[in-house]
Design a protein around this ligand. Structure first.
Ligand code: SAH
Length: 216
């Protein structure tokens, strides 16, 4: 076990250098969080040897844990300073949740598949996070009771920007989401700056699809 932990830690450091830094992830806080959070705790035991591979991995229920680079990119695009309230939609494994928990004040995360949420809860418990709130339900409608949020980060593909999510942003808040078709999306950041909506694009991505009222 001691040996394995050492190997995993070395693999994680390699992941940060080769997959993140070399591809342009720069925010030192994001890089530090990616160095801290043990991705291997968020994947099924049979894939532990691949915990730091450059891609998504199956987590059961036909869902996946996102590629490390995509987790880092979405987190960087959120520009977290530490005081924010964040809503994540699509808890999945809980890995992105854990990364966000290192960088924001409070993290709310919603998952529609109960088994995944319970597994994520256990994994998050093992790393001892205290600022994460989990809820089972249709995240495409957001979490109105906990709104407003400074950042809403959607980690499942959406056909368009869902109105309820926009309504749950704080003034100047950011919505980050993969928007597009079921098999290919664009990573979009929507932000209200002085009363006008600005959209920025951060390249193509492939997420599993969002279900629910405002999903596919
Ligand atoms: N952030 C995750 C990636 C999860 S994949 C990670 O780091 O592991 C996307 C997840 O979104 C899946 O677990 C899927 O079940 C969930 N999902 C899909 N539609 C949803 C909805 N309407 N509400 C909440 N979660 C949803």
């Amino acid at each position: 076990m001691g040996r394995l932990r050492l190997d995993l830690n070395q693999a994680r450091e390699r992941m940060v250098v080769e997959q993140l830094e070399r591809r342009g992830i720069k925010d030192p806080r994001v890089l530090a969080a990616m160095r801290t959070v043990e991705r291997d705790r968020f994947i099924p035991p049979e894939y532990v040897d691949h915990a730091y591979d450059d891609g998504p991995l199956p987590i059961g229920s036909s869902q996946t844990i996102s590629q490390p680079y995509i987790v880092a990119l979405m987190t960087e695009v959120a520009e977290l300073k530490g005081s924010e309230r964040v809503l994540e939609i699509g808890t999945g494994s809980g890995y992105q949740t854990a990364v966000l928990s290192q960088l924001a004040a409070e993290v709310y995360s919603m998952e529609v598949i109960p088994e995944l949420l319970e597994r994520a809860r256990r994994a998050l418990d093992t790393i001892g996070v205290r600022n994460v709130h989990l809820r089972c339900g249709d995240g495409s409608e957001g979490w109105p009771e906990a709104a407003p949020f400074d950042v809403i980060l959607v980690t499942a593909a959406m056909p368009g920007i869902a109105r309820p999510l926009v309504d749950q942003l704080s003034p100047g808040g950011k919505l980050i989401a993969p928007i597009g078709e079921e098999d290919l999306q664009t990573l979009v950041r929507l932000q209200n700056i002085n009363g006008s909506w600005q959209e920025q694009y951060f390249g193509e991505c492939r997420f599993v699809k969002m279900t629910g009222k405002h999903g596919f």
